[in-house]
Design a protein around this ligand. Structure first.
Ligand SMILES: [Fe+2]
Ligand SMILES: [Fe+2]
Length: 257
């Protein structure tokens, strides 16, 4: 999509976009710092989740896809943490802490949960990479100009991860040859959808959130937490049903409301 030079929505609409931290009003800076921090925390964490599976996929294409996903998440991690470092000593400290964090220490809970099988990895890509895709789409044409520019590659990377997951979950349900290769079928597909569904809903954050509202007001994100969660849910519920699986109860297993 085309990237505009002026802010496209919210209270700053029509103004020139923000390029650097020095230009930011205090509340804008505080809001963006929270958003970038949360984003950085997911990137290297998902490399950690995926890396041990790079060579375990049942087909050559699966192994290629895992290597590509790790490369994409590391690419996003380097870009996001470079943006975090532009916030000065505070951002530097956050970036150092996130780059040292290991499984169990990541701020967003879903990224501390390991994959237990190949089918489970496919379920993560199907549900959690769609979460990432919706999150990143909300930054397309962001009022923070560097974000808006980076989204022209990142959004498509996440689309690839999510589509890969959707296709493999469908193969586990309907494709006998893939079931044979993966040694898993509809029961494993349903189990991984059940596992990641509450994590995915939680990852959008609290429904009532000051920083979610400020993010939209300042034009940093197009949609707030709850709006994004409902967009994801409408889309994924439809996809889960179309594959022939059961949509889990949206209230079950949730930690964040
Ligand atoms: Fe990512
Ligand atoms: Fe991803």
């Amino acid at each position: 999509m085309a990237v505009s030079r002026s802010v496209m929505w919210g209270e700053l609409k029509g103004m020139r976009k923000v390029e650097t931290v020095e230009q930011m009003p205090a509340e804008y800076r505080e809001t963006l710092l929270k958003i970038v921090y949360a984003l950085v925390s997911t990137e290297f964490a998902s490399v950690e989740q995926h890396q041990e599976w790079i060579n375990k996929g049942p087909t050559a294409e699966d192994r290629f896809a895992q290597a590509q996903i790790c490369a994409d998440e590391a690419h996003q991690g380097f870009i996001d943490s470079r943006l975090l470092r532009t916030f000065g000593p505070e951002g530097e400290a956050y970036a150092d802490r996130l780059l040292a964090a290991r499984m169990g220490e990541h701020p967003l809970h879903a990224f501390n949960v390991p994959f237990t099988s190949w089918a489970d990895l496919c379920g993560f890509c199907f549900l959690m990479d769609h979460v990432a895709w919706y999150h990143l789409r909300a930054f397309e044409d962001s009022s923070f100009a560097p974000f808006a520019r980076e989204m022209t590659t990142m959004v498509h990377e996440e689309r690839f991860h999510a589509s890969f997951g959707a296709r493999r979950i469908k193969d586990l349900v309907t494709n006998p040859r893939y079931q044979d290769l993966a040694k898993a079928g509809p029961a494993e597909a349903q189990a991984t959808v059940d596992k990641w569904y509450p994590h995915a809903l939680d990852t959008f954050g609290a429904a009532k959130s000051k920083f979610s509202d400020l993010g939209v007001m300042y034009g940093i994100r197009r949609w707030g937490n709850e709006e994004l969660r409902q967009m994801w849910k409408a889309d994924l519920d439809k996809q889960i049903t179309a594959i022939g699986l059961v949509v889990p109860d949206a209230g079950a297993g949730r930690l964040i409301h």
